[in-house]
Design a protein around this ligand. Sequence first.
Ligand SMILES: *Cc1c(COP(=O)(O)O)cnc(C)c1O
Length: 384
Amino acid sequence: MIPGPVEVSPAVLAAAAGPPPGHTSPRLIEAFGRSLELLREAVQADASSQPFLLAGSGTLAMEIAAANLLEPGEGALVVSTGYFSDRMAEILRRYGAQVVQVAAPVGAAPAAEEVRDALARQGPFKALFATHVDTSTGVRVDPEPLCRVAREAGVLSVFDGVCATAGERFFLEDWGADVYFTASQKALGLPPGLALLVASQRALTTRTLRQAPPPPLFLDWDSWLPIHRAYEERRPSYFATPATSLVMALEVGLDELLADGIDARVERHARAASGMRAAWKALGLRQVPRSEAETGNTLSVLLYPDGVDAALLPKVAARGVVIAGGLHPAIRTTSFRVGHMGYAVTRPDYLRRTVEAVAEALRELGVSVDREGAVAALEGVVRG
Ligand SMILES: *Cc1c(COP(=O)(O)O)cnc(C)c1O
């Protein structure tokens, strides 16, 4: 139950465990092509958008967005809500961008008006970057008003959905967003190893109009466009070897999560999150995000109660549940994190065992908690 890599479903596990197909084998071509189509559906993108699917982690997807959209000297505004927003800013700086960060205190997200003012006063900017759910603070931004202020200012909007995709609503087309990127091992509920990205037509044109020297070959959309178009037309192609076993798993995983539509999947995450929050409250635990609206569905970032520290984690692990310590520098030793995303949200028994394990571990550390009350609070929202 760490915030990624997460547990995967039995069907995904089976799909990843088969003999690795070749990159031109018919079943790989079908899985690749269909995955691209399903990715558009997962982020509600129109047919003119281009999904990309590369071997790598979420950080590679961040690099790809920066490398293709920014030319040296251009302005990038980063909406900072935690550790991963700060990483995005660092990546952008390395591509020569002039980075301005609009930050809020740990646990909060900057207001859209503040971002609009910064876009107007501190530019010119080429693009706005925001982390949909930051895994170090649990803070969720509302992408829609950010897309709106970006459009009004004539800048591209780019979202890091690594810890959000399929766990939070996102409408790339309707909101006029330009890039949504993600990775396989978090909210998508797949094994680690794939960097995924959906780019709008406007984002693709930005790359086409680039004046500066091209991005590194592996990161360049132009290297991958013909290959992705070929796969979508179910033709063999090659630029660099895809992670074929993971692509087989991706198709199965996307099929599973879209089986009842993306709304149903997001709703399932929202319900699991609300059940876990009810349980934490019953245990007397406080969360890092400052308001419901700023709290992501996919994980809980909680403060240790008085007298408790990271010694909690091995006590939880001894009960068969693995959770994670703090990540954001300001709350690294005072917070811990519990993922509830991907396959786990389809398993009320996992959620219950997690609440029980945390409650029992707290008790062992001398905190008086109501284990049964917490389970009842969870099950009042998520029924087993
Ligand atoms: C995990 C994460 C990343 C980085 O992904 P890796 O796969 O670890 O490289 C980026 N952004 C967010 C929001 C994340 O949760």
